[in-house]
Design a protein around this ligand. Structure first.
Ligand SMILES: [Mg+2]
Ligand SMILES: [Zn+2]
Length: 251
């Protein structure tokens, strides 16, 4: 077991949980809105699209905040991933690692899922959760979501509301810790690329393998043409047993 503190950063959708929270809610509660989201996604900023679609789901289709919360508890959260998280939670309580989530989901979805599986409330298992803020509007009683930031300056990230490298450098890297710990990043998406490229030689990116995952599509050409841009160790994984095995072996 490593005696060095390790900082774990988990992407949420298709990483910590095995689906996408933003689309799962419409897949389950309103297939027609899911189609509408698909049709609009090229033209409307994603978080704004989620907010307007959630509004439509509640206002016009009569779904409640509780319907949405219950829907989230049904998202696949693989047993192997939960076993690995149980292990890390014990190590965290012993001061051996820190656990963070950096995700383009939102606080409501993440809290609902973590609480359902006994990892909540926020702060119980994770040291910090960086994601879009969601809240129930007092005047309408409806769930709303806002952008994490209105705009960042990163040119690598294709999402305007979130740069995970910004989050990492602002909150989690050298400035925050007296001795820079090793970082392990569990990730799958194209908006995870920026942080993968920011990690150093002692760090590890656990990258989900598969043509459907945006990170692989962006990272493979970089590894082939300009491998010097990637300093961290890349560990590819296909199923959650591999993630569990890596974490239990290396921690
Ligand atoms: Mg993801
Ligand atoms: Zn970025």
């Amino acid at each position: 077991m490593s005696t060095h503190a390790t900082t774990f950063v988990f992407d949420f959708d298709h990483s910590l949980v095995d689906n996408n929270t933003d689309t799962f809610v419409f897949d389950v509660l309103s297939p027609s809105l899911r189609e509408k989201v698909n049709a609009l996604s090229a033209d409307v900023q994603w978080t704004e699209l989620m907010n307007q679609s959630l509004n439509e789901l509640q206002e016009q289709q009569g779904k409640t905040v509780e319907n949405i919360r219950l829907c989230m508890t049904q998202i696949p959260f693989q047993p192997a991933m939960r076993r690995a998280l149980d292990h890390l939670r014990i190590l965290r309580r012993e001061g051996k690692c820190k656990l963070y989530i950096a995700s383009d989901s939102n606080t409501f979805y993440i809290d609902a899922i973590l609480c359902h599986y006994g990892y909540g409330p926020t702060g119980d298992t994770f040291d910090g959760i960086f994601t879009n803020p969601a809240f129930v509007d007092k005047s309408t009683g409806r769930l709303c979501v806002k952008k994490f930031v209105e705009k960042h300056n990163c040119t690598v990230c294709n999402t305007v509301n979130m740069c995970k490298r910004d989050i990492y450098e602002t909150y989690l890297s050298a400035a925050s810790f007296p001795h820079r710990p090793r970082t392990v990043f569990l990730c799958d998406g194209s908006n995870d690329l920026c942080l993968v490229l920011a990690l150093g030689a002692h760090d590890v990116a656990l990258c989900r393998q598969g043509a459907e995952y945006g990170l692989q599509r962006k990272l493979i050409p970089i590894l082939e043409k300009t491998p010097e841009k990637v300093q961290c160790t890349i560990v590819w994984w296909i199923n959650y047993d591999e993630v569990e095995h890596w974490i239990l072996t290396m921690m």
